[in-house]
Design a protein around this ligand. Structure first.
Ligand code: ARG
Length: 274
């Protein structure tokens, strides 16, 4: 009898402890992702604006301005949340870190939502899918007709981008040259230090349009089942903010607005390049 009482008592104690632990745990992890942004009145967005038509710089009334389809998307999110949007320009290899450290609320930078990145970040529903292509010199396009033609050849990819892995995974013997600046990759290709540059197609098209000696090697085909769609990166546990962002993304997608943003900004990038 006594033993039973003690056991019951112990069970009751454990239950109380468990409840308390649960309660305080909830407090500590309360999801402030949305209220934080609303209280500040500003949504801070990390991006690398060297990625037309998604994010790039243009000159308006003598001043540098960041524009692009990701900017249009961010502004729609700001509107829906009733907050201002502030863009933080940085190298791509710092974009995700800026989200993780909380310096930026979110990252919108043509970021591919890979399984690896999903371990460390929350992602919105995907908003754009692009395949990978190779840019080469027009004068060399006949030398490069398939992926294996880049075996032993130097190809540039942006530092910390998924393109670094796509090259090593899909081209045996390729010599990956990782560079922070996309503009520098194009320079290195123009002056022959590298023989190829990998980009997702819309970005490649924008660079080729601005560089008359370059072209997309259309017969060189990457396995596109391996390319992950673009999504907005948030710190882990930002469910409330993510839900609001997803509503905006879903609506824009269903209205065909994202494709329209990409198209408009592609045209704008051609004018900027002139
Ligand atoms: N989609 C690629 C990735 O997520 C490249 C993104 C680069 N974006 C940029 N704004 N430079 O790794």
């Amino acid at each position: 009898m006594k033993v039973k009482k003690i056991v019951l008592g112990a069970i009751a104690m454990t239950a109380v402890l468990a409840l308390t632990a649960c309660g305080s745990g909830k407090q500590a992890n309360a999801d402030k992702s949305l209220s934080k942004v609303k209280d500040k009145g500003t949504l801070t967005v990390a991006l690398n604006p060297e990625f037309a038509p998604f994010e790039f710089q243009t000159i308006e009334n003598g001043k540098n301005k960041i524009v692009g389809s990701d900017i249009d998307l961010a502004n729609e999110i700001g509107k829906a949340l009733g907050v201002k949007v502030k863009f933080e320009a940085m190298d791509f290899n710092n974009v995700l870190a800026s989200v993780q450290s909380g310096k930026s609320d979110i990252g919108i930078s043509g970021i591919s939502a890979t399984a690896e990145r999903k371990k460390a970040y929350d992602f919105s529903t995907p908003y754009y899918t692009a395949k990978n292509v190779m840019i080469v010199k027009k004068s060399e396009v006949d030398k490069f007709t398939k992926l294996s033609d880049f075996d032993g050849v130097k190809v540039a990819a942006q530092k910390a981008s998924i393109q670094e892995n796509i090259l090593t995974d899909q081209i045996k013997g390729v010599k990956v040259v990782s560079l922070v600046k996309n503009g520098q990759m194009i320079n290195e290709l123009n002056n022959g230090t590298v023989s190829g540059v990998i980009f997702e197609e819309p970005i490649a098209k924008a660079y080729v349009a601005a560089n008359p000696d370059l072209t997309i090697a259309t017969s060189v085909k990457f396995d596109s089942s391996k390319s992950d769609s673009y999504a907005i990166a948030l710190p882990k546990g930002s469910t409330k903010l993510k839900d609001e962002i997803d509503k905006v993304v879903d609506k824009l997608k269903s209205e065909g607005k994202i494709d329209q943003f990409v198209e408009n900004n592609f045209k704008l990038s051609l004018e900027t390049a002139k």
